[in-house]
Design a protein around this ligand. Structure first.
Ligand code: PNS
Length: 166
């Protein structure tokens, strides 16, 4: 079987906000596929649960990935596999950090595979440097005045400090 001509992948997430851990996975996915679409979750039942609006999260991702030519960023509010299918993506790319991620992703994988057996999920192991890094941890650090400058891009760090100033 020959590979498809145009290999598109979706890299989905809430990105509230984007971290250098996400960017590590995105950069590696960008080297593997012709086009990587970053899908930013914008679901009504998640509204109010995110610190940043979907528009803000999309803007942060766009800014942070502007040096990569084969990346586009879009909000989505449908099932992930529907979004992937609408964009003719052959794969969903996610990062894996720890066993806890594995359990959650295994469940998501079974659900997604049942809906769309033709769309493969690809998991990239987090680089050791970022294996502890998650958006919620960054928000907690920022809330209590911790140093987040090496964890998120400068613009995001600034916005976090402003939004979470106590
Ligand atoms: O961990 P995240 O960043 O909140 O992950 C979000 C996402 C969409 C990647 C994850 O929830 C997932 O894989 N969901 C699959 C089920 C689905 O399609 N949900 C609808 C999202 S709008």
């Amino acid at each position: 079987m020959s590979p498809p001509d145009n290999r598109t992948a979706i890299c989905p997430g809430t990105f509230d906000p984007i971290t250098y851990g996400h960017l590590d996975v995105i950069g590696r996915a960008s080297a593997m596929f012709d086009l990587v679409i970053i899908g930013v979750v914008n679901h009504p039942w998640r509204k109010g649960q995110t610190l940043f609006t979907a528009e803000e999260r999309v803007r942060f991702v766009e800014k942070a990935t502007s040096d990569l030519e084969n990346i586009t960023v879009e909000p989505f509010s449908t099932l992930l596999v529907e979004f992937a299918r609408e964009r003719s993506a052959m794969a969903i790319v996610k990062g894996l950090r720890a066993i806890s991620d594995f359990e959650y992703e295994l469940e998501m994988n079974q659900l997604n595979r049942k809906q769309a057996p033709d769309i493969e999920s690809v998991y990239l192991m987090a680089s050791a440097k970022y294996s502890f890094l998650r958006s919620s941890g960054v928000k907690e650090l920022a809330t209590f005045g911790g140093d987040i400058d090496e964890l998120v891009p400068g613009e995001v760090a600034k916005a976090l400090k402003e939004r979470l100033r106590r």
